[in-house]
Design a protein. Structure first.
Length: 329
């Protein structure tokens, strides 16, 4: 990790690079707000989810009522979120299990209220997939139910800390995941115990690993054969990071793959990879990665001759760097 003065210096360098190369921001597709459906206790719904969609389900809970929604993914990786009546996100589940497996979200209502469950696709490159949503029977929350909610919260906290570029936060991931594994064992949840145990073992490999984004600019010095080999290695890294849900490292790898692909003439593959990286950086709220994504994508559009597209979003990327520079003082 850089000290504050060094970080400030590199931010200034990146701003200069940004202006010199011209930046472009790739905007993701705006999700469609589909009609809200009611989800009753013991109800099961199978649905197809398309790119850009979000499926919304309304649930009404009494005080101390336990809610559990279990989503089986069938060819699409989804995020399950729960919002209260004010629109505040109160719970989320996004396990590192790719496009198969289960996402289970639990909640105990502290007051009588109507909530909204949202199911959205995580990997926008998959055009469509199916899922099965099942709500368990309604019941008054037990102490074990409350522990389940807390364990899910800690699990997501660990995954979020793992995705951040924060050394102090990364040090908390391993002990937190260890605590979560013990919680799943007490709950008798073999699926989540195994999933979290794998994540715990993987953290030791990645938590001190980082990718210097400025090094990407040096790929122009590679031969085409070297770039092909580097591309294969990066694709292998993507498969590993995706498997374990290491989103920041996954985003870094997509940036690298995108840049390599463009250099060897695979522009569509490159742009798809860039968009994937940008989506991930926005999702984990990693501003440096987001801004550098704009920098690299902008340079690509500039070299492809689309000057207007690069110029249109220069200020947006520049604003991110300026904001980071102000907050670093």
């Amino acid at each position: 990790m850089f000290h504050q003065k060094e970080s400030c210096k590199f931010l200034k360098i990146e701003i200069v690079l940004l202006i010199a190369l011209t930046a472009f921001v790739v905007s993701g597709q705006t999700p469609k707000s589909d009609e809200i459906r009611s989800l009753s206790p013991n109800q099961t719904i199978e649905a197809e989810l398309l790119i850009g969609q979000k499926h919304r389900y309304r649930v009404t809970l009494a005080v101390n009522e336990f809610l559990q929604a279990r989503v089986e993914q069938k060819g699409i990786d989804v995020i399950v979120e729960l919002f209260d009546a004010s629109g505040k996100l109160v719970a989320q589940m996004d396990s590192p299990n790719l496009a198969e497996g289960f996402e289970t979200l639990s909640w105990v209502a502290d007051k009588a209220e109507t909530y909204e469950i949202e199911i959205i696709p995580f990997n926008y490159q998959i055009e469509k997939g199916k899922y099965v949503l099942q709500r368990t029977d309604s019941r008054k929350a037990t102490e074990q139910d409350k522990q389940r909610v807390e364990n899910e919260r800690m699990f997501m906290e660990a995954l979020l800390l793992q995705s951040k570029d924060d050394e102090a936060g990364l040090k908390k991931v391993s002990p937190l995941l260890e605590k979560v594994v013990q919680g799943w064992e007490r709950q008798g949840d073999k699926y989540m115990t195994e999933l979290t145990s794998k994540q715990h073992r993987f953290v030791s490999v990645i938590q001190n690993d980082s990718v210097n984004q400025r090094d990407l600019l040096n790929y122009l010095q590679y031969t085409k054969e070297q770039l092909w080999m580097e591309g294969y290695a990066t694709a292998d890294a993507i498969r590993i990071f995706r498997k374990y849900g290491a989103k920041r490292y996954l985003a870094n790898s997509f940036l690298r793959l995108g840049y390599i692909s463009v250099l060897i003439g695979e522009n569509k593959v490159g742009m798809d990879a860039f968009n994937e990286a940008l989506f991930l950086f926005k999702y984990i709220v990693y501003k440096r990665g987001e801004a550098i994504s704009y920098l690299i994508i902008g340079r690509t559009f500039y070299t492809l001759g689309d000057n207007q597209k690069a110029l249109d979003l220069l200020n947006k990327a520049l604003d991110i760097f300026k904001l980071m520079l102000r907050t670093s003082h």
